[in-house]
Design a protein around this ligand. Structure first.
Ligand SMILES: *Cc1c(COP(=O)(O)O)cnc(C)c1O
Length: 366
């Protein structure tokens, strides 16, 4: 058997260690997972009630057209239903975009380092990935623009960027869009936009109205706390959304996911409380990193990339032995940093205490 050439080199995705496995292997009773940017406060109680109510219907296919969900999201965001498409997480929306647009030999521009799914799905479709290094942890939009040529189909911009947490401002994005050929699609991945409190953060809904080639990705996995249900979406011009819809699987999002998402988008009070707690948690972590003499990238989501000043692998392992799971930067292109999700106040305190101890025990040079 011969798999297609474009996938032979691809690695299988390596997820973070599951909490249960860490507990068992290390004999720990309490483990704090700050590795996947999940919501430490769970999800809206209304979402859980909606899932429970949906159990009565498990023998029935979901609404493939997500009519009710589209209407609910359209109302809250102030867009048209036809501007929305839902996927099994925004991961699946990325897959659908790549599938709908790329033919082998197309080029696509993205940052390095950024969310790996852009490259992964582009390569599966045979597209050539042009990776532009981050500048001080932020997308270098001038260099990305310079990398665009007449073979470029899509530019991916992760804002705030995962894994650095940095953001591009409205002025930067507008200046980029003003000079980009209109036949190049721009995907703004805004998985963490609800956490953002900066006045400089772009309003992508406004941009979508003004530029015919901009699509924004959103997810229910992060601030809405529905990661296990797999649901995310794109907002864009009606014609682009229709194109993506042509490659969508008929029943790609479950009844549970749809019901929970409807309940969640209508509970903006929960979102607001999570955003506030996150802002406080970020202030606390920033203060503590400064006290420990560590520098971090300016964070605009619910996670921080902090330079621990020594190889990340041993720091990651030592934190793990203390029951704290973070992401080691050595696996993300940042050999002396760790990426940590902002947790609850209690989790943040325990993380800092553990980190302080680990740093005092881990040599700077290994
Ligand atoms: C978490 C994340 C996503 C995707 O999440 P889904 O669970 O697939 O919706 C997309 N983009 C970025 C940058 C993320 O961090």
């Amino acid at each position: 058997m011969q798999p297609k050439q474009s996938i032979i080199h691809l690695p299988v995705y390596q997820p973070g260690k599951p909490m249960e496995e860490v507990k068992r292997e290390l004999g720990l009773t309490e483990v704090i997972k700050l590795a996947s940017n999940e919501n430490p406060f769970g999800s809206s109680p209304n979402a859980k009630a909606a899932v429970e109510a949906e159990i009565a219907n498990i023998s029935l296919y979901p609404d493939g057209g997500t009519v009710e969900l589209k209407a609910a999201v359209a109302e809250v965001l102030g867009v048209e239903s036809g501007q929305l498409i839902f996927g099994a997480g925004s991961d699946e929306v990325i897959l659908m975009i790549a599938r709908a647009f790329f033919v082998p030999g197309d080029e696509t521009v993205m940052a390095s380092h950024t969310f790996p799914q852009y490259k992964h799905n582009s390569e599966i479709e045979g597209a050539i990935c042009v990776e532009v290094p981050l500048k001080e942890g932020t997308h270098d939009l001038e260099a990305m623009l310079a990398a665009v040529n007449d073979r470029t189909k899509i530019v991916w911009i992760c804002n705030p960027n995962n894994p650095t947490g940095t953001m591009n401002t409205t002025a930067e994005i507008r200046s980029f869009l003003d000079r980009l050929p209109a036949n190049v699609l721009v995907v703004l991945d805004e998985a963490y936009c609800e956490y953002n409190t900066s006045a400089e953060y772009p309003n992508s809904l406004e941009l979508i109205g003004q530029y015919p080639n901009v699509v924004a990705l959103r997810t229910f996995s992060k601030i809405y706390g529905l990661a296990s249900l797999r649901i995310g979406f794109a907002i864009g011009p009606v014609d682009v959304i229709r194109t993506i819809n042509q490659v969508r699987e008929p029943f790609n999002t479950s009844r549970f996911a749809q019901a929970a998402a409807i309940a969640s988008i209508r509970d903006q009070a929960f979102v607001e409380s999570c955003r506030q707690a996150n802002t406080e948690g970020l202030a606390y972590l920033s203060e503590q990193f400064a006290r420990l003499g560590l520098t971090a990238y300016p964070a605009h989501g619910n996670f921080v990339m902090v330079d621990v000043g020594r190889p990340a692998g041993p720091v990651f392992q030592s934190l793990l032995r203390k029951g704290i799971i973070v992401r080691g930067g050595h696996q993300l292109g940042f050999p002396t940093s760790i990426r940590v999700t902002i947790g609850s106040r209690e989790q943040n305190g325990k993380f800092i205490a553990a980190l302080e101890q680990v740093l005092s025990e881990t040599p700077v040079e290994v």
